[in-house]
Design a protein around this ligand. Structure first.
Ligand SMILES: Nc1ncnc2c1ncn2[C@@H]1O[C@H](COP(=O)(O)OP(=O)(O)OP(=O)(O)O)[C@@H](O)[C@H]1O
Ligand SMILES: [Mg+2]
Length: 239
């Protein structure tokens, strides 16, 4: 395993969240002075009841929301101060598998995944090879030319995960990646995440699914009413 279960130091941090509060109108406190440091190459699980603030935290990290208070640094850059081209550039280094997928329904599986690579002007041959590889990894080879509107929820979920991983971004945010999957498909997804993490990708997984983190040596954090707390797991089992 490339990641450790101990908190990273500031020197090895990819993400540094300092006392971040997020409120939604009129007075919903989604995150309450959350601080978290995520190391380069870490895999980390974020859990908590429905409405606890997991998606909000991931949305702050991919610029879909802005903090009401506090500081977020990615790669030592204050993301609140990024705009225009620099923000766009940073955004391209983050792969996001959204809880609500955000696929283009009329476009095929191939087109949805390829688009993420085409915007980076990747070579068409390389794009094809990568899409085919990801679909094989995620058990979707026979759906390559199917419009995503015609897929089951579990299939759509895997397409959104493939799209998040397509460019091998240094940071992947996965919001409930097994929410619609059976155990076999969940294990395909987790195998892909583990392989990418072993190659150095930092991955944050928001999940209710205990099977994802129960036997994992990676850090587990729990959100409760917007407050973040690390869960210390003893006797984790690597079998
Ligand atoms: N755009 C919004 N406007 C107002 N309130 C919001 C908005 N987005 C989220 N909230 C509220 O913020 C709180 C945290 O929501 P969030 O979606 O982050 O929770 P979650 O932990 O991801 O939940 P789930 O497990 O159901 O996905 C909830 O009370 C939610 O109703
Ligand atoms: Mg959520």
């Amino acid at each position: 395993m490339s990641s450790s279960a101990t908190a990273p130091t500031i020197d090895t941090a990819l993400i540094d969240i300092v006392k971040v509060t997020k409120t939604y109108p009129p007075d919903i406190m989604a995150l309450d002075e959350v601080s978290l440091t995520v190391g380069h190459g870490e895999m980390l699980f974020l859990t908590g009841a429905s409405g606890a603030g997991k998606t909000t935290l991931l949305k702050l990290l991919c610029f879909l929301e802005t903090p009401t208070m506090g500081l977020i640094e990615i790669d030592k850059r204050d993301i609140g101060k990024l705009s225009g081209h620099k923000l766009q550039q940073m955004r391209q280094h983050i792969g996001v598998a959204y809880q609500d997928f955000r696929l283009l329904p009329k476009q095929t599986v191939y087109q949805n995944i390829a688009l993420a690579m085409e915007v980076r002007y990747e070579n068409p041959k390389f794009i094809k090879q990568r899409v085919v590889e990801l679909l094989a990894d995620l058990g979707l080879t026979d759906k390559i030319h199917t419009p995503t509107a015609k897929l089951s929820r579990g299939e759509q979920q895997r397409v959104s995960i493939a799209r998040a991983c397509a460019n091998r971004p240094p940071l992947i945010l996965a919001d409930e990646p097994s929410g619609n999957l059976d155990p076999a498909a969940t294990s395909l997804v987790m195998n892909l995440f583990h392989r990418l993490n072993e190659e150095g990708t930092t991955i944050i997984i928001a999940t209710h699914d205990q099977t994802l983190y129960q036997k994992s040596p990676h850090r587990l954090l729990n959100l409760e009413n917007g407050k973040l707390q690390e869960i210390i797991k003893v006797n984790f089992d690597l079998s």
